[in-house]
Design a protein around this ligand. Structure first.
Ligand code: HSE
Length: 437
């Protein structure tokens, strides 16, 4: 049998502890599959004395993760610390430069430094595996990187943040407040250390930027992503969406347009009958549309210790099965030096349908004024509905408009005009509608 593969793990939070547990519980099976033992020989975390409910066996403890990354006693450095810069960046760089394979779940790090790290990995002939960084346990990286060679992708979209999907699902199903649902997501270990990363869309954007590179063969451009989170989605939006036959999801979408690649993260109305609308709770889903394959949709657990550990262990097993001279392909599906520069499409030229919810003064001419602003901006309406106010004595009405396909620029101009006209009692709500089957 080949020599054991020696693993060093930096970061023993929810995911790190699950990885140690799975490697130990499934040791015999992994050895059978990989033809060699996989042994955790070294670990590093911030707090040595914390009880994590795992057996670290004879693993050497490192206070400094950088020392662990460089240690001659490991073959694979598993980075589970998180964070877009140091110490994670310095550790991953050091490990790659020392000729070690790296497995990471760190989407923030990859979305900022992925291409540079891929260049180092490829020049050293080692693997940089990151299945757990996008959509938790769903094997979307392997699928896009390896199984879809030759396909030309036109759009990739997904529910990429379990915390947001969990919150939106419970808000809709149980009528609960946003805050109560977020607390539960944190308690269940789904949320990031700073949950604003989840709810304001950063986490989805990090993951989307990686998928965009794989989909379109371009450099990662996380800074070019248009981003809105879910913190201003209210029960009023969720109820109105349901009435109109839609469900609200936080989607990350990247698509090829005539003017470039559009990357956007925002709450989105998808038809209630669509497959993606059936993805509930912490589950993630990724849909990829290509010329050869048509549409592929993968869904599965997107957050939590075990789901993420499953992807990390899969990446480790790939390394255990690889042999010098017979390793897997480039980090982003093509050599890093051949990734094209990213060509950004302007958000203002985004074309699609829109849901617009306005709380307006209940007085003569308002409805007509709203309709006029739409017509002036060449926006054709699919429906326009007016609701009475719920509070007694409140002299306002809710107007809900659904547009046919129009542009972001036209909608922004129309809503600016309506605001200027003095018709609004409250901030307007605009939610994009996405085509989905
Ligand atoms: N906070 C992330 C989520 C964890 O909720 O999906 C996985 O990246």
């Amino acid at each position: 049998m080949a020599e054991a593969l020696r693993i060093g793990i930096a970061g023993l939070g929810t995911v790190g502890a699950s990885v140690v547990r799975v490697l130990s519980d499934k040791a015999a099976e992994l050895t059978r599959q990989c033809g060699r033992d996989i042994v955790v020989t070294a670990v590093s975390a911030r707090n040595k004395s914390r009880d994590r409910g795992i057996d670290l066996g004879a693993a050497t403890w490192f206070d400094e993760p950088l020392e662990l990354a460089k240690s001659p006693d490991i073959d694979v450095f598993v980075e589970l610390m998180g964070g877009e810069d140091d110490p994670a960046l310095a550790c991953v760089k050091a490990a790659l430069e020392a000729g070690k394979h790296v497995v990471t779940a760190n989407k923030a790090l990859l979305s900022k430094h992925g291409v540079a790290l891929a260049e180092i990995a490829e020049s050293k002939g080692v693997l940089l595996n990151y299945e757990a960084a996008v959509a938790g346990g769903i094997p979307i990286i392997k699928t896009m990187r390896e199984a879809m060679a030759g396909n030309t992708v036109s759009r990739v979209l997904g529910i990429l943040n379990g915390t947001c999907n969990y919150i939106l699902t419970r808000m809709e199903a149980e009528g609960l407040s946003f805050e109560a649902c977020l607390k539960d997501a944190q308690r269940l270990g789904y949320a990031e250390a700073d949950p604003t990363f989840d709810i304001e869309g950063h986490d989805t954007a990090h993951k989307l930027s990686i998928l965009t590179s794989l989909a379109f063969g371009c450099k990662i451009a996380a800074d070019s992503i248009y981003m809105e989170g879910i913190s201003n989605i209210s029960q009023a939006d969720i109820r109105a969406a349901a009435e109109l036959g839609y469900r609200i999801k936080l989607l990350g979408v990247a698509q090829q347009t005539e003017s470039g690649i559009e990357q956007r993260v925002h709450p989105t109305m998808v038809p209630t009958s669509s497959v993606i609308a059936q993805v509930h709770g912490v589950t993630n889903a990724v849909a990829v549309e290509t010329d050869i394959l048509g549409e592929l949709l993968l869904s599965g657990p997107g957050a939590g210790g075990n789901a993420t550990a499953s992807a990390v262990v899969g990446d480790i097993a790939d390394i255990a099965k690889s042999r010098p001279g017979f390793q897997h392909g480039p980090v982003f599906g093509r050599p890093a030096r051949e990734l094209k520069p990213y060509k950004k499409a302007q958000m203002r030229s985004h074309a699609g349908g829109y849901f617009i919810r306005l709380t307006v003064h209940d007085r003569v001419g308002v409805f007509a004024g709203v309709a006029k602003r739409m017509a002036d901006n060449d926006i054709s309406l699919e429906s326009i509905v007016q609701h009475g106010s719920s509070a007694e004595g409140d002299n306002s009405k809710t107007v809900i408009l659904v547009t046919h396909e129009t542009t972001e620029a036209a909608v922004r101009k129309a809503v600016e005009g309506i605001t200027k006209d003095g018709h609004l009692v409250d901030k307007p709500q605009v939610i994009r509608i996405e085509r989905a089957d």
